[in-house]
Design a protein around this ligand. Sequence first.
Ligand code: NDP
Length: 448
Amino acid sequence: MAGNTKVNEFMAMIIAKNQGETEFHQAVKEVVESLIPFLEENPEYQFSKILDRITEPERVIMFRVPWVDDQGEIQVNRGYRIEMNSAIGPYKGGLRFHPTVNLGILKFLAFEQVFKNSLTSLPLGGGKGGSDFDPKGKSDNEVMRFCQSFMTELQRHIGQNTDVPAGDIGVGGREIGFLFGQYKRIRNEFTGVLTGKGLQWGGSLIRPEATGYGAVYFAEEMLKTRGDSFKGKTVAVSGSGNVAQFAVEKVIALGGKVVTLSDSNGFIYDPDGIDAEKLSYVLDLKNTRRGRISEYAKKYNVAYTEGQRPWSVKCDVALPCATQNEIEKHEAEALVANGCVVVCEGANMPSTPEAVEVFLEARILYGPGKAANAGGVAVSGLEMTQNSMRLSWTREEVDARLQQIMKDIHGTCMKYGKDDSGFVNYVNGANIGGFIKVADSMMAQGFV
Ligand code: NDP
């Protein structure tokens, strides 16, 4: 049967079984397209129905999260944890608090996480969770009450050897603190059940920086394959949260110039570049005052475009670091037409399938999120190791390990993604490279 027909047949089954979960369909289709030719050459995986099993979560937990707001009103949100695959280690993946969160979005994220975690070469299974709770505009006390209620249910499903959540959109140091406090209180144990913890209570140096730094290290590796580097490059970044902030910091350190940042309302364009002083303003604005990126434009007298994303700006490198499907086809075409030669994804699945096609056809360096943003979960894995050993590594040691892991992931993508013409399709490389270890482990463990 031709590859396309097989993909279509498999996707018809996935769509029928997981109705309305469009992001999950999108994530599965991308992986299946990469894998079908590989599976045809390796029929043992087909006999074991690995594809059917790897696309079905081991467990889905959904629960009510009641809490009381500052006005005394009872609020009810929905909590989730998707325990996708534990073939190579305990479930591991972030928690997202955002009003758009639903089952399909979390299943796409959990599915991607399985491959990403495998690529890090650490013993980490895949999971993801979160809630449709919106921390924006809530007081610290409201966020705390929500986190305590959320953890009161989640705690019975997680543990340092079972499932170890971390942060994601809307879940940063503040939320991890409240969640950890409630876990410890209920279970009466101090363990590494969450990562992204504060430094004084079990966190790892470089964890906050890891996803952004890692994405830039990955982009630098891609540039090296063409004898190039970040030095002198103009860089467009989207988002202004955790991943974006540290991506900007590392680009500056490597000699590049970042000219954009965004949030869900619009983007700023600073043609002089965001320097260290402006970046520290962004950190204060976003992490302490929890303000909007438009305030940057007022403070530094630069352009702010409401309701738009930054992809129309001329740049050499694009680092999408906000959310899924934030680069559509016309935006990908604009990037390529403006001379962009690298797209490296700090966010998860930020490019639509049509946008990915534009990048691959233009043969630019395109690094998909499951490879490029794996630095975050990699350092989470290192945080778990330090917790188990009851010691802390230095900043230099963690950063060196992160750099090595990103180099190794890049190497894996080259190994499985290079075609006969020498072009590296990092999508195929990441999907096949991430699949093999998980699939072989599933085969060894029987039909579970
Ligand atoms: P944050 O919550 O710290 O920041 C998210 C940023 O993206 C904010 O600027 C936010 O703007 C913007 N954003 C969120 N939703 C949307 C939307 N629907 N449209 C436009 N902009 C939006 O999250 P992170 O930086 O942690 O996460 C960013 C991306 O990186 C996500 O895709 C996440 O899954 C991925 N990622 C994160 C990792 C981590 O370690 N944190 C690890 C690997 C991947 P606003 O303030 O207006 O909401």
